[in-house]
Design a protein around this ligand. Structure first.
Ligand SMILES: [Zn+2]
Length: 292
């Protein structure tokens, strides 16, 4: 294969490796606990072999925030994620965002029918009828590794529902529980997030590669953690764009702890980082410089 900008069309489907010790999704995960229930399901029993789905919404927000940062670092501004005419809870915050590397959502588009807008608008879309060109999927996870299909964007992960007692602080109450809080947690997540481009452009691949590196470098930064419970160390994500030149069996091999990279995989890694990636990043920088 020869690296040239048109080769971006080969990378319609890309996979991001996501590893985290603890993940808490604010609007919760969807579980398939009925498989394990058998009439006497206890949601805090460590023997439960239940899987579930991490919705795409929090993942998408986390990714977008990283990509915005890459555009801003290179002197561009990014589409604000909120509608310009929205009734924001905090009036000053939106205006402050616009001063800090954002432009109003869709203000980069003159005619939505033949104008792609800025690269963030192009990828994530804008108004109801304009879909983004990157499709973000949910991640299906399963505690049994042999049931995980990495080529379909799945992950190994262990679901638990945690119950926390909030107790009274008054000495007279002897730590009497005031209320009970339940929290959905996915532990030891390791797998693939599958992204596909509805339309491929060299700058999309460049931005994704840079954005994932940025997120990995800033993973302990509160702003770039994923999901909720960040004060408790949740949502620190190790992430990496899996070399897009890999074939399916090579992608699977990444997750096989008993096996190392083949020589062919090493060659592809080198080719990716020395030829393909710089070329796509250059295309990104050109697009940002054009003010688009
Ligand atoms: Zn824009």
């Amino acid at each position: 294969m020869v690296a040239n900008p048109e080769s971006a069309t080969q990378f319609q489907d890309v996979y991001v490796r996501i590893e985290t010790d603890q993940l808490v999704i604010g609007d919760s995960v969807m579980t398939d606990r009925h498989h394990a229930s058998n009439g006497n399901y206890k949601d805090d029993d460590p023997q439960n072999q239940i899987g579930g789905i991490i919705p795409a919404f929090p993942l998408s927000g986390w990714l977008r925030h990283g990509l915005e940062a890459v555009v801003q670092q290179r002197g561009g501004t990014a589409c604000h994620p909120g509608e310009m005419n929205a009734n924001f809870k905090k009036d000053g915050v939106y205006t402050r965002d616009l001063d800090a590397g954002y432009h109003g959502k869709g203000s980069c588009v003159d005619n939505p029918n033949d104008d792609d807008g800025c690269v963030i608008f192009d990828l994530f879309g804008g108004f109801g009828s304009i879909p983004g060109k990157v499709m973000r999927r949910p991640i299906k996870f399963n505690p049994v590794r042999s049931s995980v299909d990495y080529t379909r964007g799945q992950a190994e992960g262990h679901y638990r529902r945690l119950n926390r007692n909030i107790v009274s602080r008054n000495d007279d109450d002897h730590r009497e529980p005031l209320r009970n809080a339940e929290l959905d947690v996915v532990a030891n997540l390791d797998g693939c997030w599958h992204l596909s481009f509805r339309e491929t452009k060299p700058e999309f691949v460049g931005l994704l590669a840079e954005g994932i590196s940025f997120l990995n470098a800033h993973k302990t930064n509160f702003m770039h953690q994923l999901g909720g419970a960040r004060n408790f160390g949740a949502g620190i994500i190790d992430c990496e764009l899996i070399t897009p030149l890999y074939e399916e069996h090579e992608l699977n091999r990444v997750f096989d702890r008993g096996k190392k990279n083949t020589n062919r995989m090493d060659t592809k890694d080198k080719q990716w980082s020395e030829e393909y990636r710089p070329m796509f990043v250059k295309a990104l920088e050109q697009r940002i410089n054009e003010g688009e």
